[in-house]
Write a protein that binds this ligand. Structure first.
Ligand code: ASP
Ligand code: MG
Length: 403
């Protein structure tokens, strides 16, 4: 019998009625003869509310206590979902991340999965039960509860699919799949039938919010087939899998944008060996995710250095840089919150030139100024003013004929 891992997002379990509907969908999979493991997110916007609640107490909660707090959202959802399945006459059992054997490192609020000891899950599957698992959380070797970062339930699902040898991992959500661009901005965006891991990885890390970036990383590494689809209908969604030859025919597969980053500029940094190592070493030490980096030409022995970080890590980043001030003698640090990044992604870029020029041209025609540029083999990203990013997405979607 084949095993399917299904992950349901918060919108699929937002109310008791939706939990019951989701239970029916899970049961129909079981009735088809599959073993089923379900990974569930917290109900609706519970996680946001919990984070919010913490800010009412203190603006500097410890990571440990935050994890204790926010991991409770998934615990509520898993128990209710399991109850619903049981009440419909099918055997189910719920487990926390820790009970499912999801072992992580100790970096609270963004822990990484290190090991999966899934024997307990397997035992329950062997008894014919549907196993419902709290997403987004794990346990450190010191037995502390950890969480995997916002959206981390996807990663829980992929990790379990791999550990249990599932046939596929279904990500059930409130959209029909992966689109060529955010349909709320580009109404004529198209749903993609398939996408390669690498393209999905670039889109996810460029702001496409459908999948947690680390879940795609892990799916690629562990060759877990993903099917992203709606939990509100039976339509086939988007398959995320290894690339095939014909996938390269398309120049650009999709456009993503991210307005949740901020730009930090350190002005008049001494231009000598070891300076970048020191700055980015300090940021890495503080576990801050740096994205784009730009260093300007050196003028009279000093240079300006800009980089982007998640807005939520901005204060921490500024703190880490300020601490270097004594030993590094730069002029000052300025933060800019009003930026956004727009990215075009496609495997076809590997074998075609001119994509960057076409992108810059389209932005220029809209009078949109580019502040930073970065490229990878299959992606080009530009930082622009936040207020212009929606226009940028629309223009690029059109230029690359994705409608
Ligand atoms: N509930 C968590 C969040 O809102 C994890 C998830 O939904 O994947 O980020
Ligand atoms: Mg999500």
């Amino acid at each position: 019998m084949s095993l399917i891992v299904q992950k349901y997002g918060g919108t699929s379990v937002a109310t008791p009625e939706l939990i019951k509907r989701t239970a029916l969908r899970i049961i129909s999979m079981k009735k088809k003869g599959h073993d089923v493991v379900v990974v569930v997110s917290a109900m609706g916007d519970t996680t946001d509310q919990l984070f919010n609640l913490a800010t009412k107490i203190t603006d500097r909660p410890s990571g440990r206590e935050l994890d204790m707090l926010v991991s409770s959202g998934e615990r509520i959802a898993m128990a209710l979902l399991s109850m619903a399945i049981n009440s419909m006459g099918f055997a189910a059992i719920s487990f926390t991340g820790s009970q499912s054997g999801i072992v992580t490192d100790t970096v609270h609020t963004k822990a990484r999965i290190k090991d999966i000891r899934s024997h307990r899950v397997q035992e329950e599957l062997n008894k014919g039960k549907i196993v419902v698992i709290a997403g987004f959380q794990g346990v450190s070797p010191e037995h502390e509860v950890t969480t995997l970062g916002r959206g981390g339930s996807d990663t829980t699902a992929v990790a379990l699919a791999y550990a249990l040898g599932a046939e596929r991992c279904e990500i059930l959500t409130d959209v029909d799949g992966i689109y060529t661009a955010d349909p709320r901005i580009v109404p004529r965006a198209r749903k993609l039938d398939v996408i390669s891991y690498d393209e999905m990885l670039e889109l996810a890390s460029s702001g496409a919010r459908v999948l947690h970036t680390r879940s795609v990383e892990m799916a690629k590494q562990c060759k877990v087939l993903l099917h992203v689809r709606s939990s509100f209908n039976q339509n086939p969604g988007t398959i995320v899998k290894e690339e095939e030859k014909q996938m390269e025919e398309l120049l650009v597969r999709g456009i993503a944008y991210d307005d949740s980053e901020a730009k930090v500029t350190i002005r008049e940094v001494p231009d000598r060996p070891g300076v970048a190592a020191k700055i980015f070493g300090a940021l890495a030490q503080a576990n801050i995710n740096v994205d784009m980096i730009i260093q300007n030409v050196s003028d009279s022995g000093t240079t300006d250095m800009s980089f982007t970080v998640p807005e939520s890590e901005l204060l921490q980043a500024l703190g880490s840089i300020e601490k270097l001030k004594n030993e590094m003698e730069f002029k000052d640090v300025v933060a800019d919150n009003d930026i956004a990044k727009v990215s075009v992604v496609g495997l076809g870029m590997r074998s075609h030139s001119g994509v960057a020029a076409q992108m810059f041209q389209a932005l220029a025609e809209k009078g949109i100024n580019i502040e930073m540029i970065s490229t990878s083999e299959i992606k080009i990203s530009c930082v622009v003013r936040k207020s212009e990013v929606e226009d940028a997405v629309k223009a690029l979607h059109k230029t690359f004929e994705l409608e």
